[in-house]
Design a protein around this ligand. Structure first.
Ligand code: UDP
Ligand code: MG
Length: 313
């Protein structure tokens, strides 16, 4: 018999938070009517998080754990969890208690009403820097305008998905995963539930500036080709300007005002060079991802596991 709800939780160096997370999750599981499991995915922790997971499993076998062979990143870790969770509904959440486990009760209630994806919308975000909040807001508005699917704003990966939706995501083979976009693309009946995002329980964010920028680029490149079209528009505009400059050059030659004009030459070359490099960079972003996709490497490798983690479906 497959459990009712599986909690899928990626973990990178969260030793200090895991015991409290387990305590709050246990309380939530006891309140949910039905069998539950927790699939913790150790994404290459070096602080002994996996040993804590072993202890949790020894106390309560509903806690199961996977250990990846190294740090593959937040999205691949969630994917590993989804692929190994066997519940009829999956609740995806962070380990740092920014996503309060108690919200799962509301998510499950909506699922019981018949929704297939119940995403948690953050009303307030405690303990985040102003820069992160502002850039996040700009980014999601921008992505919203550029992409063809409606990706809910102010919602992260914290959500409940039905078995059917989880299977659909498992069947999507893409390497650069922007899960919140993929879930939006899948469709079915989706609804948001509001909640207050709390501050991290311990430690600090595992997302460096670089990881965040890569993640943002994945979001845009996976869900929009607008940058490629913008590159073309830019090319047209610059070509038109150059053409006008040619006409102006011929005109002034004919009319006899020959200007020494080295400055205009230098400016034009510089401008064209800059535009070409920018456009190449945009193409490169897409090409790099195509390159990664055609290699068809597995998304993650498993090294160890604790408890009865079955591959779902
Ligand atoms: N995480 C992970 N692999 C990573 C980065 C983060 O498994 O490469 C986990 C981390 O342990 C946490 C969740 O993903 O449970 C979200 O990360 P974090 O809280 O650092 O991100 P933030 O909330 O600051 O965006
Ligand atoms: Mg966090």
């Amino acid at each position: 018999m497959s459990p009712l709800v599986s909690f899928v939780i990626p973990v990178l160096d969260e030793r200090e938070t895991l015991p409290l997370l387990a305590e709050r999750l246990t309380a939530v599981m006891d309140r949910l009517e039905g069998d539950c499991e927790v699939v913790l995915v150790d994404d290459g922790s070096t602080d002994g998080s996996f040993e804590v997971m072993r202890e949790l499993n020894a106390v309560d076998p509903r806690f199961r754990a996977l250990r990846l062979s190294r740090n593959f990143g937040h999205q691949p870790a969630i994917t590993a969890g989804i692929e190994h969770a066997s519940g009829q509904a999956l609740v995806i959440m962070d380990a740092d208690l920014q996503d309060p486990p108690e919200v799962a009760i509301d998510l499950v209630a909506k699922w019981r009403e018949g929704f297939d994806v119940v995403y948690a919308v953050r009303d307030e975000r405690a303990g985040e820097s102003r820069v992160k909040l502002t850039t996040a807001r700009w980014f999601y508005r921008l992505l919203g305008r550029m992409s063809e699917v409606d990706i809910p704003v102010d919602a992260g990966d914290f959500r409940l998905v039905d078995r059917q939706v989880a299977d659909a995501v498992i069947a999507m083979p893409e390497h650069h995963r922007y899960l919140r976009g993929m879930f939006a693309w899948i469709g079915y009946d989706q609804v948001g539930v509001h909640y207050q995002r709390e501050a991290r329980h311990a430690g600090k964010t595992k997302f460096s500036m670089r990881k965040m920028l890569t993640f943002a680029a994945d979001g845009i490149v996976s869900f929009s080709t607008v940058p490629l079209r913008m590159a073309m528009t830019l090319g047209f505009v610059v070509s038109a300007l150059s053409f006008a400059a040619v006409l102006y050059g011929i005109g002034s030659k004919v009319l006899g005002h020959v200007v020494p004009g080295w400055a205009s030459v230098v400016v034009t070359i510089g401008l064209l060079g800059g535009v070409q490099l920018t456009v190449l960079g945009v193409i490169g972003e897409y090409l790099a991802r195509v390159h990664d996709e055609v290699k068809r490497r597995p998304l993650y490798l498993l090294r160890d596991q604790v408890g009865d983690v079955r591959r779902g479906t």
